[in-house]
Design a protein around this ligand. Sequence first.
Ligand code: ADP
Ligand code: MG
Length: 393
Amino acid sequence: MPKKSINDIDVANQTVIMRVDFNVPLENGQITDDRRIEMALPSIKSVIDRGGKLILISHLGRPKGQVKAEFSLQPIATRLAELTGTPVAFAADTVGEEAKKQVQELQPGGILVLENLRFHPGEKAGDTDFAASLASMADIYCNNAFGTCHRKDASMVALPQAMGDQPKVVGSLVETEIKFLKEVIETPERPFVAVLGGAKVSDKITVIENLLNICDQILIGGAMAFTFVMARGGKVGQSLVEKDKLDLARSLMDQGQGKLLLPVDAHCGDGFSEDCQKQICSVDEIPENMLGLDIGPETASRFGDVLSTAKTVLWNGPMGVFEMPPFDRGTRAVAEAIASSQATSIIGGGDSAAAITQMGFEDRVTHVSTGGGASLAMLEGQSFAAFEILDDA
Ligand code: ADP
Ligand code: MG
């Protein structure tokens, strides 16, 4: 069921507490990538442009319940002021005297960023007192933090709970993520093809199981393909294999009844390095001294054919060690096939999102998810307490 959006409610003169994901990468106190702040902007602007008073709350890093200067949200508040072109107030605590005073001083159209939620042990503990203190500051709760939606941190679950009958809504970032990672995937236009790759089968077992129920075809690449190949009796040389997952791989192939498509060839090397000896091998006949570092050209071409007929595509996990050319070719070929298709295309997973952006295809796919762990959890078919608790549209 879709949730009520921040855009659907009147916020004028109301105090909105918005949980955002400002967990941006920092180096020596400098923000190296501010996309997460940018992504939150539409809902931030929606509130301040309509005369709401906005309190922004987020975590940053893993300070483990302690105040640690290197994880302060102060630089983020500064960047936000630059991005919005409006002054942004900052409180050096979360529910203490300073925060309370600054909330009192908030004017319509004003923004206040509270200090890192995880400086308070109550955040990770899901503490109800901490949540109640946050709730007491605001009239409206808005969840605009997809990256933490699979968690039960106080600001995600106990806080909206503590809001009682007051409005609890989604921000547009979360709304978009849920639309693609849940609604489109649950009622896809067919054929629905998933491409799964990455390092480990074990990371993605539940995703595969869930997708077997809803996809028409699942293309498997990346290192995880070799566990399947070995499970059916192929020789994979030194390729990365999870030997304790062979039975499981067999049972997934049985369950899949032909839905799982494995590589036919692999781009192999005689070591995990750029300057290794390289060779294209049949995926079942990888020499003893070599390992598969990417899908081969024949596989890329077959995957491309399947993708060209798809109406919905979901991609999670690179096809090879794309960080180490030339083993980026398979990933690039798949990215290109997805970008060229007419399908609704959804990219989930941190490394897959990085690959598609790096390779310049970001604007040619329908949706690139911002949440690594959260998108995986959603693809597993999990329902999120942090989302369920919000008001229905
Ligand atoms: P995502 O973050 O998109 O979910 P994963 O984290 O599961 O993706 O996997 C990405 C990693 O898998 C990359 O670092 C990539 O180098 C690695 N990988 C892909 N194919 C192979 C392979 N054949 N051998 C070793 N590592 C691989
Ligand atoms: Mg990853």
